[in-house]
Every structure is written in structure tokens, then in C-alpha cells.
Ligand binder design. Sequence first.
Ligand SMILES: [Fe+2]
Ligand SMILES: [Fe+2]
Length: 179
Amino acid sequence: MTDKPFLTDVQELRRRARQHIDDGAVTEGYRGNRETIIKLLNEALATEIVCVLRYRRHYFMAKGILSEPVAAEFMEHATQEQEHADSIAERIVQLGGEPDFNPQTLTDRSHAEYVEGNSLADMIKENLVAERIAIESYRAMIDYLADTDSTTRRMLEEILAVEEEHAEDLSSLMQGVVK
Ligand SMILES: [Fe+2]
Ligand SMILES: [Fe+2]
């Protein structure tokens, strides 16, 4: 268990998160910007939905192996990721877009992965990896938005703060569970 795959994931995430940002820089004017922002928000929406599903799976599995406090943490995170998904979907509609809830393409559009994990330690680690991916991708979006859409940026900053708390929670859990 080295840090290698984890670092690769983050690099891939950064690459993907920047793809559409680069497209957006080419386009001038509000309309082009809005399209890019909606595209980015739909990727964030997919990421949040995948995180809800992963955390809920882990909640039930952790409960099964009698890890009530860890399971409770997973469920709390699942609920908060659902709130993020809802805020993002709402904002997409406000911007004149359509939130993409298509389950068939969900994991392709998500930055974070759906990894089931075989043990409690695995689950915690996978969730931490996913949170770190979310943190990097929200940061990239916030940088991209700068002053062009302060409402969306403020929403993403609030979500980012919660993702940072999640990562911190998982870090602490990892100390208690791994080894
Ligand atoms: Fe989230
Ligand atoms: Fe999170």
C-alpha cells in the first residue's frame, strides 16, 4: 500500500478538471462562460452523487462489521454530499442549464471513483482519496470562476469547506482503525 495510485488519481483528476476550464478560456463573453460553468457544475454534481452512493454502501457494510461510530460518520457524510448535490443541481437550473442525473454515464462524469473497499480500513482510505479529489477539483473550479460568477463561487467555497472537514474526519478515523 504505497501512495502511488493515490497520487496518480489526483493528477488525473486535475487533468480532467482542467479540460473544460481550458475550453472556457477560449470562449469570450457571458454565454460561453455560462456553458462552461454548467458543464463544470454537472461534473461536480456527478461527483457528489457518486460520493453519496459510495458513502451509503460503506455505511451499511461498516455497520455489518460492527463499526457503529465509523458507520455513523459515513452516513453523516452521505447526507452532506446529498445536500451538495442538491445545491449544485439548483444552481445549474438557475443558470439555465439542466442537471444531469443520468445513471448510465454517472461514473464517467464523476471526478471521484466508486470503490467498494474490502475492509473498514479500505473504505476509510477510499473515502479519503475521494475527498481529496473533490477538494482539488472544487479548488480548481473556484480559481477558474474568480470574479465571473460570485454566487456559484460562494456556493463552491462553502462546499469545499465541508469537503475539507470530511477529509479531516477520515484522517482521524484512519489513525484509529488502520494498524
Ligand atoms: Fe460533497
Ligand atoms: Fe465530502
